[in-house]
Write a protein that binds this ligand. Sequence first.
Ligand SMILES: [Zn+2]
Length: 311
Amino acid sequence: MERKTSFAEAVRKHIGITITGLIVLAGIVAWSEYRYYELKKVVAVKQTDFTNQIASFTASSTEMQNVLATLMSKIDTLNNESIALTGVVQNEKSKNEVIQEQVGKVASTIGSLDKLSKTDPELLQKYSKVFFLNEHYTPPNLATVSSDFSLNKETKYQVHANIANNLDNMLKTAKSQGMNLLVASAYRSYGTQGSLKANYKVTYGAGTANKFSAEQGYSEHQLGTTLDFTTPKIGGVLTGFDTTPEFTWLVNNAHTYGFVMSYPKGNAYYIYEPWHWRYVGVDLASRLKREGKNFYDLDQRVIDEYLLLVF
Ligand SMILES: [Zn+2]
């Protein structure tokens, strides 16, 4: 009986231990569950945080990209505006240049017109039995030839003031090269010419006078740009001037000072006058020399183109 009791007790004791173990185990399981749940919560929070951070980063990156795109487009716009402005500036500049060029042209045209208005067209006119110089024509200003180059020292030889320098240079250069060129006749007024012609008529008779001193000859002296030259080597007369070295010197050099022989040998207009030289300007005189032509051979329209260049 005693043994039975002990067995029952033993069983009771064993069950007690088992229950305790089960309770402990259940506790552990419950704790683990709880920890797992807690950790899961923490992880979830962290994940959300992380996701949010990524989202926020992505958002700010997009924003940055937008800002950058805006800036780039602003730079583009500025560049385009700058290019457009440069174009406008260049356009204005070239417009300005065109205007300046036009102003320059107008100014030079005005200058030319002003110069032309002050240059007597008579100076380059061909005179003949058909075309006369107006009897009232007088040069605007007269200058006196230096007595060093005057045939008659008491006579005041006058020339158109604008040719005085060229004439003086020519005579001085000729002198420096051993030439002794003297002025035998220069400006002659219509009145002087008239009385001179009357004297010739008396001396030689009307027919000879017309040939000797016809209208074109005296017209040219009336301009003040025409001179008769001589040299003491032939006694200061006109006849035979073409046999002197002074004449040869004039033939070779006078054009560089603007002078031409009006009536060379064999001309169809007037008697041969090797002593009679007319100022027509350096440009026209040089052209005539170059082309071997005479002033009276050229068409008046061609001659007129040189009026602006005459002085
Ligand atoms: Zn003459």
